[in-house]
Design a protein around this ligand. Structure first.
Ligand code: AMP
Ligand code: GLY
Length: 423
């Protein structure tokens, strides 16, 4: 198989690394990729939303399968672009079409979908600019804290959780008056769900599905889950509280009705569904859907998949998933993200990364890096994810931390408490 992965972060490096283990892989291209993907495949400098550029690459290189990493090209309709193009329509895309991608691209659509198919989730109402007063009244009927969500994609910044009622009412008005541009033209006000979070990943071909290993990510910049939200500072898989009983509830109450709902909506969904869940006293509630793998969750979930990953992608494209036996590694995998100083605020790029050759016993996944001759430079906020296997979370984390210490770049920061709440 000749495969194209769209994207250029840690998730895409983990996807390329996993595919490179398969005897069925002839060649993997990554657009645009990073310094890590360049070690396992061929980077092509095409932005993720340049569909004409992607088309040319796919035809020139005889690519027979495309896997989409991030949400932006999915929400923009990359799968539809392939289906509607005479020369591309036979080439399978792993990732939903535009309508399916609305599960992530519109919080209002996702909430309506959950409501329609009886999928447990917090109660909610959606407001627009001329229903601001109704929205403010609705807030007054809720208990704090108040959850406000911009309807559209807002690069992870569109969810606000506010303790004070007046502040929440003001914030609702400011969002509906354009705080996040088009993304907050509608705002979902949602019941706050108290509990512990978990990410569940499903691979589906629209009929069959496979529940992949679950994970927990650590989103805040500061230790003890404090400070600003980031893309993710580390992750672990498995998550101890997600035992068989809990996961059975997730499958019966959430995964099955989600797949059935997609079918009822005539959404032909081939790809990953990332379900953000809250475990509330042993019962799962959906916080959000994403239509892709998580990052850094991919850096702990993909290393736990033992089944040939190219075969798994091919089975998804050919609607054969229900016949696949998928095997997982029972060991724990942890990842620790090394980030640029200042992230998630402003930070400098172009710092030389050293010590990568000293890493021993961990797998290094590159996020924001770029090759520069023989050197590797930082090129983003999240720079390197250090993933490790262990017979326990403690053992895996010890390896990730020993190796995190060996990798150096100016301003390097990482959280030293990944997994702290799962001991
Ligand atoms: P998102 O940007 O949708 O990933 O949301 C960011 C974070 O906000 C989630 O990871 C949760 O920690 C939190 N969150 C979102 N919705 C709720 C909710 N209804 N109740 C409690 N926390 C929430
Ligand atoms: N780590 C969270 C995400 O990928 O959205």
């Amino acid at each position: 198989m000749r495969i194209l992965i769209i994207g250029g972060g840690g998730r895409e490096h983990a996807l390329a690394w996993k595919m490179a283990q398969s005897p069925h892989l002839e060649k993997v291209f990554i657009a645009p990729g990073n310094a890590g993907t360049a070690e396992v495949g061929t980077n092509v400098a095409i932005p993720v939303d340049d569909f004409e550029g992607i088309k040319k690459l796919v035809l020139d290189e005889g690519i027979n399968l495309v896997v989409v990493g991030p949400e932006v090209p999915l929400v923009a309709g990359v799968a539809d672009f392939f289906k509607e193009d005479a020369e591309l329509k036979e080439i399978p895309v792993i990732g939903p079409d535009k309508k399916g991608a609305e599960l992530e691209g519109s919080k209002d659509f996702a909430k309506m979908f959950m409501h329609e198919y009886n999928i447990p989730s917090g109660s909610f109402r959606t407001f627009i600019n001329y229903t601001i007063p109704e929205g403010q009244q609705y807030l007054a009927t809720l208990q704090p804290p108040y959850v406000l969500k911009a309807d559209g994609l807002a690069a992870g910044k569109g969810v606000l959780i506010i303790d004070n009622l007046e502040e929440a009412q003001q914030e609702l008005a400011s969002m509906l008056n354009g705080k996040f541009g088009e993304a907050s033209r509608k705002v979902v006000v949602e019941e706050f769900l108290k509990g512990i979070e978990l990410s569940v990943f499903v691979l589906t071909d629209g009929e069959g599905y496979v529940i992949l290993p679950e994970a927990k990510d650590y989103k805040r910049i500061g230790e003890g889950d404090t400070g600003l939200n980031t893309g993710g500072m580390g992750a672990v898989s498995p998550v101890l509280f997600a035992d068989d009983e809990f996961m059975k509830k997730v499958e019966d109450r959430i995964v099955k009705p989600t797949i059935e709902g997609l079918k009822s909506e005539e959404i032909d969904y081939k790809g990953f569904i990332f379900i953000g869940l809250m475990n509330r006293d042993g019962d799962p509630y959906v916080i959000e859907y994403n239509v892709r793998m998580g990052d850094p969750e991919s850096e702990v979930v993909l290393p736990r998949i033992k089944t040939d990953f190219v075969e798994l992608m091919k089975a998804t494209a050919e609607k054969r998933l229900s016949k696949m036996e998928v095997e997982f590694d029972s060991r724990t995998v942890t990842t620790v993200m090394l980030v640029s100083g200042g992230y998630p605020g402003s930070y400098e790029k172009g710092k030389e990364i050293t010590g990568l050759d000293k890493v021993d016993g961990s797998v290094v996944f590159h996020a924001g890096t770029k090759p520069d001759g023989d050197r590797t430079l930082t090129s983003g906020g999240r720079v390197i994810a250090v993933s490790s296997y262990g017979n326990s979370m403690k053992e895996a984390l010890e390896k990730s931390y020993v190796n995190a210490e060996k990798i150096e770049f100016e301003g390097k920061y990482y959280r030293r408490d990944i997994g702290f709440d799962l001991q």
